[in-house]
Design a protein. Structure first.
Length: 321
């Protein structure tokens, strides 16, 4: 689920075999749950009831309760999503953070058991997979990798975070727009300066385009972003010792401007014996990673359960989901 669409899919063994989408209705919790129901019902009509449903939300989740603790962009804060959806569908439901789901998908698709994933977009999300399972901490709210602080006196976090100098404050699309606008205001003879003179701001997309055309001021922004990202990656390598660190999200489409710099910086700062055992790569899961991960999570939670509704639909459903 995102700010613009709700996507539902049929997932078998980390493979997405069918998909249904609905626009996101942000008018209230009930309307949003109705959109989920509509997207899922289309698939149930075609495939029969699944063994279970996994849901990935851009929110902090109390995993044990299946409820939303905090949600900035969608109106589900305080909603017991698992309970409500189980009542609607009559099958077991598991709910988790969308970045956790994306990390689980990446680990499943790539065949690794220990992975750290960062998603660079409007904010910075992340997920950790240890032993093939999502790591959530003692209370189910852990692994908020975007709020890992790397600069004590850095800028305030633009997200729902009281900190300063965290990855989201330095490496997100929002941070890029802030820094590009500031640079444009101070360097009027740059391409960023021209954009600032026209609109009083510089968007992240304009910063990317300027850097790709070789604007020195824009290139400096991405070099700095790559440096900060590398510092964060080194911290995660030293803490978790993963097989792989994956970098995804919308901003990663501009990876040519900062990714190599990030890997270089991470290599300089990581403990050598851990670094030589870690691979840093762009995420391979693609746009459907969160959707696949939600399905994999449901399969992990409910894969050994064959409920009566599935048994009665065995001929139409074909296989366990």
């Amino acid at each position: 689920m995102g700010g613009t669409k709700v996507a539902a899919g049929v997932v078998d063994d980390a493979q997405l075999t069918d998909e249904s989408q609905q626009p996101t209705d942000l008018s209230g919790p009930e309307a949003l749950l109705d959109e989920i129901a509509t997207a899922v019902d289309r698939l149930v009509d075609r495939h029969g009831k699944p063994a279970g449903i996994g849901v990935g939300l851009p929110s902090q989740i109390d995993f044990e309760a299946g409820a939303v603790v905090s949600s900035v962009n969608i109106p589900l804060e305080g909603v017991p999503v698992r309970e409500q959806l189980e009542h609607r569908f009559g099958v077991p439901v598991v709910v988790d953070n969308d970045a956790n789901c994306a990390a689980l998908a990446e680990a499943s698709v790539e065949g690794v058991d220990h992975l750290v994933m960062l998603t660079l977009g409007t904010g910075v999300g992340g997920g950790v997979v240890i032993g093939g399972k999502i790591f959530r901490g003692a209370h189910g709210l852990g692994a908020e990798l975007g709020h890992f602080p790397i600069q004590a006196d850095g800028p305030e976090c633009p997200g729902n975070c009281p900190g300063r100098g965290c990855l989201e404050a330095l490496c997100s699309g929002t941070a890029l727009e802030r820094d590009a606008t500031e640079a444009g205001s101070h360097v009027p003879d740059s391409e960023l300066g021209e954009r600032y003179a026209d609109d009083g701001r510089v968007s992240g997309r304009e910063a990317v385009e300027a850097a790709e055309r070789g604007d020195a001021t824009a290139l400096e922004l991405f070099d700095r972003l790559g440096c900060y990202l590398g510092v964060g990656i080194a911290g995660f390598v030293n803490i978790f010792g993963p097989q792989r660190v994956a970098v995804g999200g919308g901003l990663s489409r501009a990876h040519g401007l900062f990714f190599d710099r990030a890997v270089e910086e991470a290599g300089r700062r990581s403990l050598p014996r851990l670094w030589e055992r870690t691979e840093v790569r762009l995420a391979q899961g693609g746009a459907a990673a969160g959707l696949i991960g939600a399905g994999v999570l449901a399969q992990q939670e409910f894969g050994d359960t064959q409920n009566p509704s599935q048994m009665t639909n065995e001929e139409t459903s074909g296989s366990h989901r």
